[in-house]
Structure formats: structure tokens, C-alpha cells
Design a protein around this ligand. Structure first.
Ligand code: SF4
Length: 387
């Protein structure tokens, strides 16, 4: 099995990443929100300059796929006109913030996220590893605890705002006005104490080395986070899931006709003020839909590292999984679509050859190697029975 390539950075709009189906151009809309005009514009640009497919990333960003080198400059012009491009590639890389989508008018969370974005892109801001990120999660109960982030601004057990390093059970008390500075000070502490040797590193890994938290960061316990939400109505509108976190430009445009869109890290879009989602292929409004039981990365041919296609197999096996089950189908051992362990993981080990891993990561030793897609679809009981 070939060793997957670790990039250590995420694509942006100004710094796209080459993939098997062209350039991946990732946009980070301010406050994770596209108004209707912006969403329509992105759909138009995805059709004109890409292959019309868009991914919602696990950090609540939207990426256009299949963009050509020749079309990239015109795409950037179009995105700039929509207010969706930063001043520089460095600025877009630094603005690595996930905001809870469950905010209302006058809430603290969007104010804090906007101030933090400004602070992170100001001259003198710390230069952090490419994947180092922030979560602004200031509702009554944190909802982003399962979303990758290194510094979290959230409510503590006593109800006040805290700044918490990922991997710690406690944080420091902060005010709304002081939260961005506290987050940046913690990021500087991470760098100054050797958290990113050779420019790479994550907060939780740094803390697991046994280093003591900075003064004040042991004061406020955190609270247990909420489980990820399901598709359906919520206080701000309606959540609609996307099959494998991907949607076609036509579906994006149809959603935009219904309302402004908030991006979430859960393969779902929140349509502001809507009561129902439009019916379109790839949109999943029903929380009982079997496709929500499977996670699958891009796979072949979209990812150059993939050893086999993934999504057709995941789609075929989903109805055979019992309710409440979860299966991850990965195109290689990197396991991008679900870095955590899963009850069932099928990892491509070659063209049309999958290894089954139970209760593990995509990189773990298989319990049942060498299954073809045809064998699995003919005998889906192999997934749930046997060793
Ligand atoms: S896990 Fe999937 S998307 Fe990630 S590198 Fe492997 S094949 Fe590509």
C-alpha cells in the first residue's frame, strides 16, 4: 500500500490545491455565511470555471472542484466581486475560524468571530501552522466540540465565556471584547513553547506532551458539548444535509432561492428562515435517510491518491446498514473524510479492493482484507457479521 501524501496545509481561493479533477478552490465566506446573491454567484462561477461540483469541508468552508489553471484568474475576479476573496493568500490562510451556525441577531458569536478574523489578519499576528484553527462556539452549549480546532471560545460551566485550548478540560475566563486578544495570546504561547516545530503542530498534541497550561487557563471548566444536529428545522431556519458533503451548482442555486445560507462543519447547510429545503438530487432533508450512515472521501478519480472509487460503493451499501450504524469508505489509508475511528471502515487497498477495519481508523490493520465492491454489494452481511 502506498503511503498517503500529507500536505500540512489547506487550499484557499488564492492558493488552490491540485487534485485529480483539476484545482480545488476553497472559499471561506465571512462568518460562514453566503447571502442569496453570493450563493447564486458562486453557483454560476462553479459551472463556468469548474466542473459544477462543490464540497462543504469539515471546517465549514465551500470548495469548488475541477477548476482549470486557465480559468482560475477569472474565477478569482468573480469571487472578488462577490466579496469572497481576501487581500492575500496569507490572510485567507490565517482566517481559519469556524463559527457556530446557531447564532441570532445581536448574539456575541458573530461579533467575536469578526473581531478575531480582523486580529488574525492584522500586521504582527502570529504565523500559525496551516491547519491551526479557531472555533467560536458561544451558544448556551458548545456544538463544535467534535469539529477540529486548536483554540475554542465557548461558554464554560459557570455560564461565562472562556478561551480553551483544545485538549484541555478548562479555559480562562474572557469578555466578549477581550476574547480575540486572549485567543491570539494563547496562540503565541503555543508557538513560544514549541508547539509547532518545523512549522507544524496542533494544540491537543502539544498539551499531551505534559506541558503546563499558561496561568489562568485552569480556572474555568468546560461543559460537555452537544451531539451533532440532524437535518430538519432549527431556530434559525432549516438544516439540509448534502450527500457526502457535496452538492451540484444547480442545488446551491435552488437553495439560494430559498434564503441565505450558513455553512456548517456537519455536511449540512442551514437555510436561514426557511421551513423546508427544495427537492434536488444530493440534498437530504430526512434525518432517517440511509446515506447519512456513510461517510466517503472524494476517492478516485477526483483524488490522485485514491486507490479506488469510494462513493458509488458507499451509496450502494448504505441501505444495508442498520439504523444508527456508521461506515466510513476511504480511498486510501489517510482517512480524510473521517479522521476519528469508525465502527466500520472500508479502506481501498488497490483498484476495486477494500480492506475492512472494525472499530478503528483507516490506517489500522484490517480484520478482513481484500474484498471487492462486487462481493460487498452481493453480500453486505459481511460488514456486520464475522470477525
Ligand atoms: S482519504 Fe480519500 S481524499 Fe484523502 S487522500 Fe486518501 S483518497 Fe484522497
Amino acid at each position: 500500500m502506498s503511503t498517503p501524501v500529507i500536505h500540512g496545509w489547506c487550499p484557499g481561493a488564492l492558493r488552490p490545491m491540485a487534485s485529480g479533477d483539476g484545482l480545488v478552490v476553497r472559499i471561506r465566506p465571512p462568518l460562514g455565511r453566503l447571502d442569496a446573491e453570493q450563493a447564486m454567484g458562486v453557483a454560476r462561477l462553479a459551472r463556468r470555471h469548474g466542473n459544477g461540483r462543490l464540497d462543504l469541508s469539515s471546517r465549514a468552508n465551500l470548495q469548488l472542484r475541477g477548476v482549470t489553471e486557465a480559468g482560475h484568474p477569472a474565477l478569482i475576479d468573480g469571487l472578488s466581486a462577490l466579496g469572497l476573496v481576501d487581500a492575500s493568500a496569507a490572510a485567507e490562510a490565517r482566517r481559519n475560524i469556524v463559527l457556530t451556525p446557531f447564532w441570532g441577531d445581536g448574539d456575541d458569536a458573530p461579533r467575536i468571530a469578526a473581531a478575531l478574523a480582523q486580529a488574525l489578519t492584522a500586521p504582527g499576528a502570529p504565523v500559525l501552522p496551516g491547519k491551526f484553527g479557531f472555533a467560536v462556539d458561544c451558544g448556551p452549549v458548545p456544538v463544535l466540540t467534535g469539529t477540529a480546532a486548536d483554540i475554542r471560545l465557548e461558554r464554560g460551566a459557570a455560564g461565562g465565556l472562556i478561551c480553551r485550548p483544545d485538549g484541555a478540560a478548562t479555559g480562562a475566563p474572557v469578555t466578549v471584547e477581550g476574547a480575540p486578544d486572549a485567543a491570539l495570546a494563547l496562540a503565541r504561547w503555543f508557538l513560544d513553547t514549541g508547539g509547532a516545530p518545523e512549522g507544524r503542530g496542533r494544540m491537543a498534541r502539544h498539551l499531551s506532551s505534559g506541558i503546563a497550561l499558561p496561568p489562568g487557563f485552569s480556572d474555568c471548566p468546560t461543559v460537555e458539548g452537544a451531539d451533532p444536529p440532524h437535518p430538519g428545522p432549527c431556530a434559525q431556519g432549516v438544516l439540509v444535509a448534502l450527500e457526502f458533503g457535496q452538492l451540484q451548482a444547480e442545488a446551491l442555486a435552488a437553495l439560494a432561492e430559498t434564503g441565505a445560507l450558513r455553512l456548517t462543519p456537519w455536511r449540512m447547510l442551514l437555510v436561514e428562515g426557511a421551513e423546508a429545503a427544495p427537492a434536488r438530487p444530493g440534498l437530504i432533508p430526512d434525518p432517517g435517510d440511509p446515506r447519512l450512515r456513510v461517510t466517503a472521501c472524494t476517492g478516485a478519480p477526483g483524488c490522485p491518491q485514491a486507490l479506488s472509487p469510494t462513493r458509488p460503493l458507499a451509496r450502494a451499501l448504505a441501505p444495508h446498514l442498520p439504523e444508527g450504524a456508521h461506515m466510513h469508505v476511504s480511498g486510501c489509508a489517510k482517512g480524510c473524510a473521517h479522521p476519528a475511528p469508525a465502527p466500520l471502515t472500508l479502506v481501498a487497498a488497490g483498484p476495486d479492493r477494500f480492506d475492512l477495519v472494525r472499530n478503528g481508523h483507516a490506517s489500522d490493520p484490517p480484520t478482513r482484507p481484500g474484498l471487492s465492491a462486487q462481493t460487498l454489494t452481493a453480500h453486505p452481511d459481511l460488514l456486520t457479521e464475522g470477525p
